[in-house]
Ligand binder design. Sequence first.
Ligand SMILES: [Ca+2]
Ligand SMILES: [Ca+2]
Length: 84
Amino acid sequence: MKRIGLILIVAMTAMVWLIGPVAANPSTANLFKAMDKNNDGKLAAAEYVAACKLAKEKCMEEFKWFDRNEDGNITLPEYEGKMK
Ligand SMILES: [Ca+2]
Ligand SMILES: [Ca+2]
């Protein structure tokens, strides 16, 4: 039994080590993925507004704020950059 416990601890430590860098900032990337309905790695205005809980005009204001290069899409770096 002790041996299994040790293996579990080693396995869990390895997992934490492997996913650590990704899990270090889970909320932003996960939020972005959840909003990116067509999984193209970008948030279109419609995707952002659909996920946004505020009034549509407010959401569009936020969208424009996130869309730094004003190409009509929010990329993950743009999103993360503004969240920091
Ligand atoms: Ca998308
Ligand atoms: Ca953009």
